[in-house]
Design a protein around this ligand. Structure first.
Ligand SMILES: O=C(O)CCC(=O)C(=O)O
Length: 278
């Protein structure tokens, strides 16, 4: 059940957990389904990450993206009534749906360095929001999500290079001293909803035998006027397509400076995702 307390938590911290939104039988179904789907000719696994090792577990289990464009089960989950109820409650109106992803995160796989989703989606005005469904127990050992509570109130930050021994993506965002990412421990069937400006990511899966699989949907606010072109077509929650404009290739971003002894973000930069050169 969606409650006023959860909405208050989402507004204050930038995220809220819907415990056991999906049943154990549904979790079993999705685990089996996506394990097979990754071999589908249309699966188009994301192999853009760099690796130094032929044994990198992500080579065998890369993430899947935008499956809903050709797969009805993925599309059904993206537009699922329970997710819509939560998102509509959290955002105050029905969202628009733009992305599906599946992360296998096998034992010993790297994580994804801290980032803000709206750096990539570039929604205007407003932001995007994620529904991140755990299909395994997620804890610190297998690389659960880590979030920086309250960071959804920050502007989009300019990126810096990440430690690619720990992350399959090569950029990250700095967080000031005294600010910490906290682990989000989840059980299979739990869904984490989080604001597109929330700084989040994950550390490597350090276990020898536990996957950390997650089915993820990305949405944008219902009155958004622009989103990056990669996320087209934009869908209403009833599955029909809505025409909105594509946003510019990059966006303004901020860097941390110290004012009166305190860290503050100064928005003076501009970045195009994927084009960072340093
Ligand atoms: O699952 C992860 O490790 C990261 C996922 C993520 O960053 C996202 O869904 O935006």
């Amino acid at each position: 059940m969606f409650t006023a307390q959860q909405k208050e938590q989402f507004d204050r911290n930038g995220y809220a957990i819907a415990s056991q939104l999906f049943h154990p039988e549904e979790v079993e179904f999705y685990l089996d389904y996506y394990t097979k789907l990754r071999h589908h000719e249309k699966a188009n696994p994301d192999r853009r990450f760099k690796t130094d090792s032929d044994n990198d577990p992500l080579l065998q289990y890369p993430r899947l993206m935008q499956m809903h464009r050709w797969d009805d089960v993925s599309r059904g989950w993206l537009l699922e009534a329970r997710i819509n109820t939560w998102l509509s409650g959290l955002l105050g109106r029905e969202p628009l749906a733009v992305q599906t992803m599946f992360y296998f995160k096998p034992p010993q796989a790297r994580g994804q360095a801290l980032h803000q989703d709206n750096y990539y989606l570039r929604v205007q005005p407003g932001t995007c929001v994620a529904a991140w469904m755990a299909l395994d127990r997620c804890d610190e050992a297998n690389g659960c999500l880590q979030v920086v509570p309250g960071s959804h109130k920050w502007p989009i930050l300019c990126t810096v290079k990440s430690d690619t021994t720990q992350s399959f993506t090569d950029v990250t965002v700095p967080i000031p001293e005294g600010t910490q990412a906290v682990p989000v421990i989840m059980e299979p069937g739990d869904v984490l909803f989080f604001n597109g400006s929330l700084v989040h990511g994950s550390f490597p899966n350090t276990t020898k035998d536990r996957f950390r699989r997650a089915l993820i949907g990305h949405y944008i606010e219902g009155d958004s006027q622009k989103v990056a072109q990669w996320y087209f077509p934009v869908l209403r929650m009833n599955g029909t397509t809505v025409e909105i404009d594509k946003s510019e290739q990059g966006s303004q971003c901020g860097t941390w400076v110290t004012v009166d002894g305190k860290p503050v973000i100064e928005v003076t930069g501009y970045e195009v995702p994927g084009k960072k050169t340093e």
